[in-house]
Ligand binder design. Structure first.
Ligand code: GUN
Length: 286
């Protein structure tokens, strides 16, 4: 059997068209949704990511500001920039690209972002809202994964979902989102002794480790749904995920490719969050 692809580019196109229409409706009321993207240092991957985020904003009719700073920027100066953006009425979403240089306390910077503008969903107020099922911004990558499951009409109720990876950005929020949809969730990580024994029981697997070939065909139950969050390079320098795509696609019922899977969805959900931040602020301003 060959799995069906969940096409992140196609789904993103659909969702971004909806974002553009909603942005236009706000525009008609004199409000342009605005995102500030802050990049500190010259991490090459981060430079590509922020460029893509800014371009996606422009394409959807959102206003975006890219602020680039030297790696030597002090923590105090960055905190001051975040505070200025918190107070800037044209900016509805603030994204500080991670990783930050080692001399800056990333969590402290994230906590300085106003929760109303935390479109990355990394602030503890956003994390707490997700944990308790209250309204708040969801981190974009796991949110995109949920949209992908929704797009295939997948009902998570009573299903066993295995998340591989426990990061604050993907693994932990992913597990909470799956739980909220009534899945039974297992979180696996580098200290899990027998990963295969667990993944073989899974109806849904999310691989979010950042390492190639973490999930191979022998670890997947026939007809499982496999979402690949990984973004790695193979020996030929080609982009690849955490999943052995060629092997696993013969076992799974659905699979996300890399590239063209979860990656574009992350940016799409950032646009959705930014738009929602602008809509909320517009309602409050009335
Ligand atoms: N670095 C890698 N992924 C992300 C993300 O989604 N948001 C931010 N701010 N930094 C990242």
């Amino acid at each position: 059997m060959t799995a069906q692809l969940i096409d992140g580019n196609a789904l993103s196109k659909q969702l971004r068209t909806q974002v553009a229409a909603r942005a236009q409706a706000l525009q008609a009321k004199g409000i342009t949704p605005g995102l500030a993207v802050v990049l500190v240092g010259d991490n090459p991957a981060s430079q590509v990511y922020v460029r893509n985020k800014v371009k996606a904003c422009e394409d959807a009719g959102l206003h975006s500001v890219l602020e680039k700073y030297e790696a030597s920027m002090t923590e105090a100066d960055l905190l001051a920039r975040v505070e200025a953006l918190n107070n800037d009425a044209r900016i509805h979403g603030i994204l500080v690209q991670l990783p930050l240089p080692a001399h800056i306390d990333a969590q402290k910077v994230i906590e300085a972002i106003s929760p109303a503008k935390d479109v990355d969903g990394f602030h503890i107020a956003s994390a707490g809202a997700l944990m308790t099922g209250m309204k708040g911004f969801w981190p974009c990558t796991p949110y995109g994964c949920m949209k992908m499951l929704e797009s295939i009409g997948y009902d998570l109720k009573g299903k066993h979902a295995v998340v591989i990876g426990r990061s604050n950005i993907v693994g932990k929020p992913m597990a909470l989102m799956l739980l909220q949809k009534d899945a039974t969730v297992t979180i696996c990580h580098s200290r899990t002794p027998d990963l295969k024994a667990l993944t073989l029981q899974a109806d849904v697997i999310v691989a979010a480790v950042g390492k190639r070939q973490v999930l191979t065909a022998d670890m997947v139950k026939p007809s499982a749904v496999v979402l690949d969050v990984g973004m790695n390079r193979n020996d030929e320098g080609k982009l690849c995920g955490d999943v052995d795509f060629d092997g696993v696609k013969e076992v799974a019922s659905y699979i996300t490719p890399v590239p063209g899977g979860v990656g574009p969805m992350t940016i799409t959900m950032l646009l959705v969050n930014t738009l929602e931040a602008a809509e909320t602020s517009a309602t409050k301003a009335l």
